[in-house]
Design a protein around this ligand. Structure first.
Ligand code: SF4
Ligand code: SF4
Length: 151
């Protein structure tokens, strides 16, 4: 274990197991679910629509980037669906990298307080499977998921 690793507050690992509550995909606040060009193409393919239709119906532009729109009133992600089992993502197999790396985002991992504040909205934090330091670092620094896909 390197000195940096030993000094990191989560050197001993962290616990996380998704409870499928959908909070991280929900309002009430407006948020950003960034999607890159390759992700847009794969989501459109998955939904069997053109990228033009996807952009028009489900994305909005913010500066040079695009984000998935939210449902009117609730500010839930437009792709979040309520089912009898809980809340699920309609585009789960092709969800953006931002969604895949939750909750191991740099901002959530800065300090224990940040992690525990995040746990207030994500009940999967601090329970279930243990992620060791290397796993957390890999997820935190992971390149966009589509780069590992054969296309
Ligand atoms: S808030 Fe946490 S527990 Fe709930 S769906 Fe998101 S990751 Fe899973
Ligand atoms: S794309 Fe799917 S995983 Fe990402 S915020 Fe929307 S519903 Fe949640």
């Amino acid at each position: 274990m390197s000195k940096d690793t030993k000094n990191c507050w989560y050197a001993a690992g962290l616990h996380f197991e998704c409870m499928q509550c959908g909070n991280c995909c929900s309002g009430p606040d407006q948020g950003y679910i960034w999607v890159a060009g390759s992700e847009i193409r794969l989501i459109a393919q998955f939904l069997n629509i053109t990228t033009h239709e996807l952009k028009k119906k489900f994305l909005r532009r913010v500066g040079f980037r695009r984000t998935i729109i939210e449902q009117a009133g609730s500010n839930d992600c437009i792709f979040l669906r309520k089912t009898e089992q809980g809340k699920t993502c309609e585009i789960y197999p092709v969800r953006p990298s931002q969604c895949r790396s939750w909750p191991f985002w740099p901002g959530n991992l800065s300090r224990p307080d940040d992690w525990n504040m995040t746990a207030k909205k994500c009940p999967g934090i601090n329970r279930g499977s243990k992620y060791d330091f290397e796993q957390i670092r890999t997820i935190k620094n992971s390149p966009p998921w589509w780069k590992n896909e054969t296309q």
